[in-house]
Design a protein around this ligand. Sequence first.
Ligand SMILES: Cc1ncc(C[n+]2csc(CCOP(=O)(O)OP(=O)(O)O)c2C)c(N)n1
Length: 559
Amino acid sequence: MCEALVREGVEVMFGIPGGAIMPFYHAMWEYRDRLRHVLCRHEQGAGHAAEGYARASGRVGVCVATSGPGATNLVTPIADAFMDSTPMVILTGQVGSHLLGTDAFQETDFTGITIPITKHSYLVTDAAELPRVFREAFYLASSGRRGPVVIDVTKDAQQARVIPDWEPEMELPGYAPRADGESRSIAQAARLLTNAQRPLIMAGNGVIMSGAHGALLALAERTGTPVVTTLHGLGAFPEDHPLALGMPGMHGWVHANRAIQECDVLVNVGGRFDDRVTGKASTFAPRARVIHIDIDPSEIGKLIPVTVGIVGDARRVLEAMTRLIPERRHDAWVAHIREMQATHQPRQAYMRRPDTSALMPHDVFDGLNAALHARGPYRVVTDVGQHQMWTAQLLDWRRPRTLITSGGAGTMGFAVPAALGAAIAAPDETIWVVVGDGGFQMTNQEIATIRQEGITNIKIAVVNNGYLGMVRQWQELFEQRRYSGTPLSGPDFAKLAEAYGAMGLTVTHAGQVDDAIDAAYATPDVVVIDFRVEREVNVFPMVPQGKSIGEMITDQPAA
Ligand SMILES: Cc1ncc(C[n+]2csc(CCOP(=O)(O)OP(=O)(O)O)c2C)c(N)n1
């Protein structure tokens, strides 16, 4: 198994050992100079770390656990990776094959549990199959629509001695991901876009996954088409570009959503029309003929009817389309959208400051945005909640793979361990974690892992509002302020950081933000900044759940 990992180019894996996976750890000793094993504090952390590594690097992330509870602790990261199309191989130990089905100690049917949340789940009971299974698993995880693949190996299969066949044939009948889109559909899409009066491109995760950002820029510039970028598309199109409109959807910008509602041709490339993007699907883009480019055929027409569906790799399809399209400009259409932007959402001006001494969340994001663009390369890893949406809205996204976030599953606890993986993938960059006080209390123990590994390029900004903020916001706006189960206390996060041997800072006023961020950069170690922000601030704009994206709440309703 170690040899198979090395042959697949794996350099690092994240895990925790236990009885059923011990033979693998035994063999790992001989590979310790070639395979780095990062001992996490919880298997959920190991899974998210593998995700963070994969999303930062574009490579397959690998995590390892023992059978039973070790494996089931990985269910959340696997589901998360499945929702966000993150390439991952999950290696788990299983009880001996003679014990399968006997309720043996730490036996769970892990392939059964993971079938609905993986591209494929293997149960290996015969060591001779391991080379083929590993080759297939890495190929499945990293081709077509990326995703997680489980390899559950019984203890006896790990212990067996076989002469491996390192040139195994893959046996994947029916699996043939299509890279080039169908040329007739591409030509039809090119014609539609050429004749459009109010065209719009929506860029999603697939643009980043396929490295299509250059092809996207070329198509947008050639056709003068403005671009909205979904949460997972952020960074696929530079937000300082005159055609960039930013994020649409539930917490997207008013002008981005209105552009969708008014456009006559919508090109969705590498996005899956998530309900957080579309709002009420039947009212989405009512005037548009829709072109949908996706690597996964099952996404085409799943939620939004399309005029042209193209199954293929985003980069190849965009390049082929661009070759067929003459130059176009749509200045009046872009100017119209910019007018809507000027009227509706002067960026960052929407959060009212209750009194001048308060620390508003946007003070934190202003400071962070300035620092990110003034200093060296960076990644931002977020958790889930209000701070995640502010991160998406208030930071300027310019490069692919700079935002790493849990979008589809919305998994609290993702950020700190995912940052551990990202920091290993990008050791020369500064990895900023933006996390709420709720999510931080779910997985902050991975700071111990980060310290043990000697990782120093992680800086953690806790946006601490003393609530499960996003849920509190819904309760305030839609549940008559019934704050059931959302007020939240916690330890002193700066002291907690010190207990881990990291540096901890506390910020309570807007005037301290820049100094704290400077101190974080100046400290060659992990830093946790506890930003104690104004407690009841809401994320706007907002489309209430189930409503059309044409119906946005743009500001705090009068009390
Ligand atoms: C594992 C998990 N449990 C529950 C939720 C539901 N949920 C979504 S946002 C949120 C609040 C997050 O609070 P916090 O981490 O403090 O961040 P904030 O919204 O205040 O920025 C909750 C509980 C979730 N997304 N994930």
